[in-house]
Design a protein around this ligand. Sequence first.
Ligand code: SAM
Length: 361
Amino acid sequence: MAVQTIETKTTEEFLGKVLSDTSAFTTIVLAAVGDRLGLYKELAARGPATSAELASRAGIAERYAREWLGAMASAGYLIYDPDDRRFSLPSQYSPIIAQEGAPYFFGGIHQMVLGMSKPVDRLIEAFKTGGGVTQSSYDDDMWDGLERFTNGWFENLLLQQWIPAMPLVEAKLKKGAQVADVGCGRGRALIKLAEAFPTSTYIGFDAFAPTIERARQNAADAGVGDRIRFEARDCAQGLPATYDVITTFDVIHDAVDPAGLLKAIRRALKPDGVYVCLDINCSDRLEENAGPLGALAKRLGRSGSPSPSSASSAPRPGSPACDACRSRIRSTTSTNCVRNHDRVAGGPSVLALLAPAAFIT
Ligand SMILES: C[S@@+](CC[C@H](N)C(=O)[O-])C[C@H]1O[C@@H](n2cnc3c(N)ncnc32)[C@H](O)[C@@H]1O
């Protein structure tokens, strides 16, 4: 990863940056409103619309449709044709904001950002006291948004890219492995694995009990409810058995005690077991985390997202994720390392690591 320095700007340049960030925040709030009301999907499915047409098609008030369309066109999310006063969503933009389940769909992230900002008073209190903000302080926008966001990975990358890049894991899954997904959220990764590798058995753990209820329901809806068990558990306190494969998808950076969680995972691996860790590929050196993904990861990891255990458990100081992973996972090779988002120049990406049991200290 290229080392970046955090640049000094003139007051005027900095003003431009703050203006653009402030404008971007308001754009994302309105984008989340449009996502919730299905406005992007409506424009993608049925083509350009005037404000009156969109209002009628989507069942919303014309005045609000007009304001929303104007704001989205000004922000560059929609194209406005002054001749017929219609607004359109270019087909190239559709996968990013209108296509549920596409690999880089942002609707879930926008919903999550909206949900994340709601308990801001508790967050401010936590800044003062050093405590945490409980997961239950966040409403469904946070958890629905997260599920929609990471579901894009599991629908598009898990079976197509990540598992094939890890032949050892693939062989175990095909043969029949005992698999534990730590921090399973709403169970989407395990559901895909259970569908693809029916000879293996699966258990998902998550410290947040309400998410476990939703995971059970999702597995039942997908027809694999009999092959996946889910259990509410803080895995940093230990796992109840040993497993051939343990996975964490986007979890370690969220943990109150990342090193403790990794130790517990190490103890729960069978002697020839394998740990699969997907997490933010960032650095514990701030200057290497510059750029949009670095800033987003920092905000999600420290200022915005909930700490998992209790109000008294403070997030650990430091950078979000992989400093803990890297110091605990001694070695990986390029063949078992899958990177995504490398298209974004510099700064963090998402990294999947494969670590045989012996390599976790
Ligand atoms: C960002 S979410 C990812 C959820 C899921 N893996 C996905 O990709 O959708 C991180 C999850 O890790 C869980 N988690 C964090 N620390 C945990 C711990 N010590 N034990 C169990 N779950 C934990 C959180 O409750 C949360 O559901």
